[in-house]
Write a new protein. Sequence first.
Length: 97
Amino acid sequence: MNTQLHPLRFGLAMGTAAAIFYLGCVLVMLFAGREEIVVFFNSLFHGLDVESILMLDVGLGTALLGLINTFGIAWLFGATLAALYNLFGSGNRRSNY
């Protein structure tokens, strides 16, 4: 049974999933009102008040840069996670599960 993960593919999956999540946040910011956005993000961040730092006039360039950065960081995290999984999961260990 092959339990190895391909780091580049896993990184691509993580990056893509994070980019989709980022686009969801962008859509919330585009279509919700300020009060709804504050309630939404305050609940996501366990009551941290984001109202004073909320920036609603994010330009397309800034949003695109955020999307690229989110993808890149998540890709790096996913590839690192898969490589570490392969490193620590290698060997001839027997498992009962």
